[in-house]
Ligand binder design. Structure first.
Ligand code: SF4
Length: 166
């Protein structure tokens, strides 16, 4: 099951900056937000492969950043093979590299591995890498399919990652 996250304070990290590229991993963070909001992860016949709760979460983050004077854009990874930032193709990594270096910051919504994907691509002297989420555990949940095409997680438990369990 995916990693579970809590939010980090992104707004305090963007002070003095004017632009940021938001780079979301579409798997574990999207599952986290769907569970938090108690909404379907996917509704295939309404938004197909876009997780609506995560989409709303990102839009809300963009609004809060705009209030702080930060222009943002989302780096889209809409195809399913681009969802997992830890397994991006070299082509998608190069595409991010082309985009990211023209922003003051990249805000990563994902785990340490997602952040590493970004750190490997940007010039740290010019682009600040900001983590928007922090790992709080691993999810243990039941996957539920409901007609006409809803995919949800039920009975979710957050299992802490402890040194003893490694
Ligand atoms: S990059 Fe991290 S958050 Fe994204 S799918 Fe891989 S493990 Fe999950």
């Amino acid at each position: 099951m995916p990693i579970h996250f809590v939010d980090l304070d992104v707004l305090s990290e963007v002070s003095g900056l004017s632009s940021a590229l938001i780079v979301p991993c579409n798997m574990c963070p999207a599952a986290t937000i769907a569970i938090r909001e108690k909404k379907p992860f996917l509704q295939l016949f309404r938004s197909f492969l876009k997780s609506a709760p995560f989409d709303q979460y990102i839009k809300s983050l963009q609004s809060r950043l705009k209030e702080k004077g930060i222009d943002t854009k989302i780096f889209r990874s809409d195809f399913i093979h681009q969802w997992f930032m830890c397994m991006w193709s070299s082509g998608h990594r190069k595409k991010l590299q082309r985009y990211a270096n023209s922003y003051d910051a990249v805000i990563v919504l994902g785990c340490d591995s997602a952040t590493q994907t970004v750190r490997d691509l940007v010039n740290p002297a010019e682009v600040k890498v900001i983590e928007g989420m922090k790992i709080s555990g691993i999810m243990n949940a039941e996957l539920k399919f409901q007609l006409p095409g809803n995919i949800s997680f039920r009975n979710c438990k957050i299992i802490p990652i402890s040194p003893q369990n490694k």
